[in-house]
Design a protein around this ligand. Structure first.
Ligand SMILES: [Zn+2]
Length: 461
């Protein structure tokens, strides 16, 4: 009976998918919703590929998932992957039914499934991944994710012993996940230890997750990311099996120490948060049996998807277009920090980060702005800041509270006119930060910024 219900759900959802495709509509989650409405255990019905890798964590899931898929594909693996679709239950169902035959068998070699943390209890009881890679657990939208301890708890309680965990040793929330899973591989960053420990504005790990004692730290890089220990029960950040031991920023390479030696790879992107993601990918693929030269194949040619990180040179300046998800305070603060510490003077930042899609029951939450460390924007290399859109006053207030000189800030009411708030003459590199639900007007801003920069470059010649 179970099997029949699954097959009916599979065929109905495949028909729904076909129909949507004929209508030229996106089929990233609707077919999965149809299937799950018929069969609540739909995910359990598939004959899955030999290896199933789940990718989860607060920040960096898509980067890790794309890179894993890219490298595996380049090495001849056939991969089932949901990176371009949705990472909740219906999205995962949609990608599996798409790749399955009429009896539910998926004929690929590996499934790389990006799984939203909140979907843990709706996914892992039905699909027990062979591997789960988690790069960090940090605060995210309070309305959606509640607290990091809740997120850690649901991931931990949804997994079985079968899963081999690939975990960030430098995030204690992550490193202590699912103690019932004995196969654990840790990755981390040993290079560039901060001489002075960061004094984080917020931290998502204050007390020992085991005994509740107060945690001490060897050092912190940002937020709770670093090396911690508990004097009360002896818990400490695990020693990474795969550790980045050196980063050569100039030549864009990084070196990873692992149980069998040391290897150097091309650095795809110079933001330190991505170095963690890359090390996790290397640990994951090595455990899967890939050799360093096979892994390197992907690092040599991969790029972060342009919608997340785009950089172009116009005249003497660079324009960076960076995804900056609203409601996600740490990811935005990491982006501010990244910009502040790039070389250059008089940088101009345009921020189109209203999150009106969060407006449920007539109100969107603005509390996340106060969890985000705006102090990075007070860096002397930042000359101009433009806040655009309906939440510009909230952002301005937040910036003032962080000690940012008001004369550097311009407010623009209509998001699509945000570029006009920037004085291009004398401005250094330009950064456009945009919320993922604001891609339309952000494309308009980007186009206008390019025109302004080209115009100014022509005047200089
Ligand atoms: Zn303790």
């Amino acid at each position: 009976m179970k099997k029949i219900r699954f097959l009916i759900a599979l065929w109905a959802s495949k028909a729904a998918r076909l129909l949507l495709r004929l209508l030229k509509r996106k089929a990233t989650s609707t077919p999965g919703k149809v299937a799950l409405a018929i069969d609540k255990s739909f995910l359990a019905g598939f004959k899955l590929p030999k290896t199933v890798i789940a990718v989860t964590g607060t920040n960096g899931k898509t980067t890790v998932s794309n890179l894993l898929t890219d490298i595996l594909t380049k090495n001849g693996y056939r991969v089932t992957n949901n990176s371009y679709g949705s990472n909740i239950q219906a999205g995962i169902a949609s990608v599996l039914l798409q790749d399955a035959d009429l009896f539910g068998k998926i004929h690929t070699d590996v499934a790389v499934l990006e799984v939203d943390e909140r979907s843990s209890l709706r996914v892992y009881p039905f699909i027990q991944p062979d591997y789960l890679i988690c790069n960090n657990i940090m605060r995210d939208s309070v309305k959606r994710n509640a607290h990091t301890e809740f997120i850690s708890y649901i991931i931990s309680s949804a997994l079985t012993e079968k899963t081999h965990l690939i975990l960030n040793a430098d995030c204690l929330n992550t490193a202590t996940l699912a103690q019932q899973c004995k196969n654990r591989t840790y990755f981390g960053l040993e290079a560039e230890k901060p001489e002075v420990s960061a004094e984080p504005y917020i931290s998502d790990v204050v007390y020992c997750p085991t005994c509740g004692g107060e945690l001490k730290h060897e050092y912190l890089r940002y937020n709770h990311i670093g090396r911690m220990y508990c004097e009360n029960c002896g818990l400490k950040s695990p020693t990474p099996d795969f550790a980045v031991t050196a980063i050569d920023w100039e030549n864009s390479t990084f070196t990873v120490r692992h149980p069998a030696g040391e290897d150097t790879y091309t650095l795809i992107n110079d933001n330190i948060v991505n170095v963690f993601n890359y090390c996790g990918v290397i640990a994951m693929l090595t455990r899967l049996g890939l050799k360093p030269d096979q892994i390197a194949l992907g690092f040599d040619s991969s790029k972060i998807v342009k919608s997340r990180f785009d950089k172009m040179t116009i005249g003497k300046r660079d324009l960076y277009v960076l995804l900056a998800k609203g409601q996600n305070p740490i990811a935005l603060a990491r982006t501010f920090d990244y910009i502040a510490h790039l070389p250059g003077e008089n940088k101009g930042i345009v921020i189109n980060d209203d999150d009106l899609e969060d407006n449920i029951n007539n109100s969107e939450s603005t509390c996340w702005l106060y969890d985000c460390d705006f102090r990075y924007l007070a860096h002397p290399s930042i000359g101009q800041i433009v806040f655009a859109g309906p939440r510009r006053y909230d952002q301005m207030l937040r910036a003032k509270m962080a000690g940012i000189d008001e004369s550097k800030v311009t407010l623009v009411e209509q998001p699509e006119k945000a570029a006009q708030g920037l004085m291009i003459q004398g401005c250094g590199d330009v950064f456009l930060l945009y919320e993922m639900y604001r891609t339309k007007d952000s494309a308009v801003i980007k186009k206008e910024l390019i025109e302004m920069m080209e115009g100014d470059a022509a005047n200089e010649n």
